[in-house]
Ligand binder design. Structure first.
Ligand SMILES: Cc1cc2nc3c(=O)[nH]c(=O)nc-3n(C[C@H](O)[C@H](O)[C@H](O)COP(=O)(O)OP(=O)(O)OC[C@H]3O[C@@H](n4cnc5c(N)ncnc54)[C@H](O)[C@@H]3O)c2cc1C
Length: 418
């Protein structure tokens, strides 16, 4: 949780990053935000602070847009909603549903801000579902010159705007594509052996998550999030057993923190996330890393991880495998290729986890694994340059919008200075 209420920046949610910014500002109007940007030599936005690295940090001024006037504007004819950037998903998805609309997908938790999530390429799951930022059709931001401007889908450079690592400006509002609201059911199955059925399982529902503790080859839990019009799997589906009650994917954690399971129908925004807004998501005492490999390489990548599972398991809460549809956003983890996310919720011991993260990266490198921008990773900048073919385009866009580097920080400089 971001601990500062007024002017001390505090830490990120996980507590592994203490922000180095000189102050944290919470402007209550766009005009005040513009003044701040004009006066500051270095400024950076902070969302809800759920990233696990220094991506949000700056040595200058940190700014939260959460106190800007709330915006929630549905344009039914255009099929869009415009929301203020600092809102957490859980703060507007209920209203969107009540109006008869839905987003195409959500991440595992409704606690994250919409701008923060989009900026890092946050994703949910589903063979047909792009990352959350693929819904973005407009980005309203305060640029380095202090001017408020909107970049729209179709504008030159737009593919670099929705996932921009916070370096294009301070986003004040996002326009998102919506679709008619839909109902879903979530069921948990246990005991999927081996990796041979992974492709079938990932395609078995609108959104699928596979969980493993790496104590053996295969998966301890499979969470299926189906639209109510999808056919549920049979009871002994692929050798699995339906869970006999609610489950949390972290061993020993309270399933009351998770969204309803057991096939109970409910709205999309109460089934797509794993966690409920009013409860602590995940373990709460953790670090995270994630790598997106091409979907066609997923099973081989899982087998490579299985070979080092004795290294992974002792520092792991749980691993999750999800599917992501290809997109054309320059810094997206699924840019140009359908992907599978291989995620690790680690224990909160940085010293014990770091060497294992490096071993995971070495094992996955042969599969062109792209790291999640908002999680713990050590991938070398030259390698990152190979992994994202449009990195140079993104760098050019950022330079043209922000020649003095007002919005840059060491992490952005490390990966986007080519
Ligand atoms: C428990 C937990 C579960 C998670 N589950 C998932 C998941 O299911 N899928 C997934 O992909 N990731 C997941 N993540 C990672 C998370 O989605 C990302 O780290 C995301 O960026 C967090 O959003 P935030 O609002 O906290 O952003 P922050 O961490 O606050 O900021 C992230 C980036 O966004 C930028 N930013 C924030 N607001 C603005 C703005 N207004 N204008 C410009 N830039 C801005 C910041 O400058 C920074 O670069 C999870 C994290 C946690 C802690």
């Amino acid at each position: 949780m971001v601990t500062a209420a007024t002017d001390r920046p505090g830490t990120n949610w996980a507590g592994n990053v203490t922000f180095r910014a000189r102050s944290l500002h919470r402007p209550t109007s766009v005009a005040r935000l513009q003044e701040l940007v004009v006066r500051s030599d270095r400024v950076r936005a902070l969302g809800s602070g759920h990233s696990f690295n220094r991506i949000a940090d700056t040595t200058g001024d940190l700014v939260s847009v959460a106190a800007l006037p709330r915006r929630f504007e549905i344009d039914a004819a255009a099929g869009t909603v415009t929301v203020s950037a600092g809102q957490r998903f859980g703060e507007f998805t209920g209203d969107l549903d009540a109006a008869g609309f839905a987003l195409h997908n959500l991440g595992s938790l409704p606690h994250i801000s919409v701008a923060g999530a989009c900026s890092t390429g946050t994703h949910g799951s589903g063979n047909g579902n792009g990352i959350l930022a693929t819904a973005v059709s407009g980005v309203e931001l305060v640029g380095a010159d202090g001017e408020l401007r909107t970049l729209r889908r179709g504008d030159p450079g737009f593919p670099g705007a929705a996932v921009a690592l916070g370096a294009l400006g301070i986003v004040t509002a996002l326009t998102l594509d919506v679709r008619p609201s839909f109902a879903m059911r979530q069921t948990v199955h246990e005991g999927l052996r081996g990796f041979d059925d992974v492709a079938e399982v990932l395609g078995a529902a609108y959104s699928v998550s596979l969980f493993t503790y790496w104590s053996g080859a295969g998966f301890d839990q499979v969470w299926l999030k189906q639209r109510v019009d999808e056919t549920p799997p049979p009871p002994r589906w692929l050798g699995t057993t339906p869970a006999d009650g609610p489950r949390h994917m972290v061993r020993g954690a309270d399933p009351a923190h998770c969204t309803a399971q057991g096939g109970e129908p409910g709205p999309w925004h109460e089934r797509l996330p794993h966690f409920r807004l009013d409860f602590t998501p995940s373990s709460g005492d953790e670090l995270q890393s994630e790598y997106v490999v091409p979907r066609a390489a997923a099973v081989d990548a899982l087998r490579a991880l299985d070979r080092i599972r004795d290294r992974i398991a002792p520092v792991l809460h749980v691993s999750e495998v999800r599917s992501i549809a290809a997109d054309d956003l320059w810094l997206s983890p699924a840019q140009g290729r359908d992907g599978v996310g291989l995620h690790f919720t680690w224990i909160s011991d940085t010293a014990a986890v770091e060497p294992v993260v490096r071993e995971v990266e070495a094992a996955l490198d042969q599969f062109d694994a792209r790291p999640h921008w908002g999680k713990v990773f050590f991938t070398a900048p030259t390698r990152v340059g190979d992994l994202w073919p449009h990195l140079g385009d993104a760098e050019h866009l950022l330079r043209s919008h922000d020649p003095e580097g007002t919005f840059r920080n060491p992490l952005v400089d490390r990966y986007l200075s080519r």
